[in-house]
Design a protein around this ligand. Structure first.
Ligand code: PA5
Length: 446
């Protein structure tokens, strides 16, 4: 198990007595998770997924990924929220944000916005290329992916004819219900399942994430093994050791002491989308009943030159959680330069990773001194196994965090509000009652 939580830099903010004071609460919450008696217990499938996943479907995912790689230049993954963030996060961390330039199969994400120009640009990326589509929607009714799918479905049908298009469309949705499942059955699309007991933001290790990740050429066996190792390792409720429960407890204690913002950061620029995945996971799980830490993110050292001033010196609202990879995937040694115009000869012979480690240590010390406590989560390196561990670590920590806070970490009732307003404004049948009131409130906006 490579993932390690370091709580040494909370000194002066959270004490070991604070941890002791909530040991019983954490134990209780963990107990309700493992016995399936917590709030939202219908959505605990992710807890044992790394062991209990559907092996037959897993093989079909690999076969579909091979087919996509053999007959397509472009894969369009259509989905929003939990139905795309995990896949994109894993692909960009493992393959870099330049993965499309570095690989034969280009993967573009659509259906995560309502922008006509974004759709048009994605369609342009398909010109003259062989294209497959993976449409991902658990409910099968979400507006953004439904809009995009309507457009990409007719694009494929125009290019390939209905029958061949159907062979290029993969639907990841509910096992039995929903309009996408119905359409997929009629058209004969290959289907993959979002299990009933796994919510969108906990679904990266189901077909939702696994098909695009496998299509991108990454080793989903190693990803699942990493998650399974984490599942087996992280059973302890001991807050003095390296557990998701200890991370959840530290976050909770910080929140109670007025640190209401968690700033997730990494020194790896390819971690940007992992930060987006983390923000959805924790934001949607905890932000309810006027409670919850606000999850925000930066990439260091990049954002030290934009947000660094605020973090060091602005309102004291936040703590930082730094995700750190111990072994760099690659390294460079800085050569000596006879002219030394840039004055860098003092680090000649040193590796770039040494400079980065120094920046990490220096920044941590500066921020802690400035009143920003730091948590550090270490993983071995950027590979599938470590990433599987990290994903499971965060999912479990998120569930414990939400339950400690006294909210249901598996629902998202607040997300419905904008949707019903939008449907009412567009006169969707069933929403007529609030249409007039909304027109009045939003006069001049449309
Ligand atoms: O975490 C969640 O449940 C949400 O983010 C959903 O994943 C998102 O709203 C998309 O839903 P669906 O997969 O039903 O289209």
């Amino acid at each position: 198990m490579s993932v390690k939580l370091i709580t040494d830099y909370l000194d002066g903010f959270v004490t070991s007595d604070d941890f002791s004071s909530i040991t019983d609460d954490v134990s209780l919450v963990e107990g309700t998770l493992s016995t399936g008696t917590c709030e939202g217990s219908d959505y605990l499938g992710w807890l044992t997924l790394p062991r209990d996943y559907d092996k037959e479907e897993f093989d079909r995912i690999k076969a579909a990924a091979r087919k996509i790689r053999s007959d397509s230049d472009v894969l369009i993954v259509i989905g929003i929220g939990g139905s795309y963030l995990g896949a994109r996060a894993v692909i960009e961390l493992l393959g870099s944000r330049y993965y499309n330039d570095l690989s034969d199969l280009k993967i573009y994400f659509a259906g995560n916005n309502i922008s006509a120009s974004s759709i048009e640009r994605t369609l342009r990326m398909c010109e003259g290329k062989n294209v497959s589509v993976n449409v991902v929607s658990k409910s099968g009714t979400t507006l953004e992916p439904a809009l995009a799918f309507r457009i990409f479905k007719s694009y494929l049908e125009e290019r390939y004819g209905r029958e061949e298009a159907a062979k290029r469309i993969y639907a990841t949705t509910d096992r039995a219900k929903g309009s996408l499942k119905k359409l997929a059955d009629i058209e004969g699309y290959e289907c993959f399942v979002v299990p009933d007991d796994v919510g969108g933001r906990y679904s990266v290790l189901t077909a939702v994430g696994l098909l695009p990740i496998a299509a991108a050429g990454f080793n989903i066996d190693a990803l699942m093994t990493g998650a399974r190792d984490a599942m087996e390792a992280f059973t302890s409720k001991d807050l003095t050791v390296n557990t998701p429960a200890a991370y959840a407890a530290a976050r909770y204690l910080m929140y109670k002491k007025g640190k209401t913002v968690e700033l997730m950061s990494s020194y790896e620029p390819d971690f940007v989308m992992m930060c987006e995945w983390y923000k959805q996971l924790f934001g949607e799980s905890e932000g309810k009943q006027n409670k919850g830490l606000l999850p925000i993110s930066t990439i260091f050292t990049t954002d030290l030159h934009s947000m660094g001033q605020y973090i060091q010196d602005g309102s004291r609202l936040m703590f930082e959680t730094i995700v750190r990879f111990k072994k760099p995937v690659t390294d460079f040694v800085l050569q000596s330069d006879a002219d030394n115009f840039d004055g860098l000869n003092y680090i000649a012979g040193r590796k770039i990773s040494y400079v980065c480690d120094s920046a990490f240590a220096a920044t941590l010390a500066a921020h802690v001194e400035g009143g920003v406590p730091n948590l550090v989560i270490e993983a071995e390196t950027i590979d599938e196994h470590s990433l599987g561990e990290l994903i499971y670590f965060f999912e479990k920590a998120c569930a414990v965090s939400g339950l400690l806070l006294g909210v249901n970490p598996f629902n998202q009732p607040g997300v419905e509000f904008y949707k019903s307003n939008m449907f009412a404004l567009m006169e969707k049948p069933g929403y007529e009652k609030i249409t007039e009131m909304l027109r009045e409130k939003t006069k001049g906006l449309i």
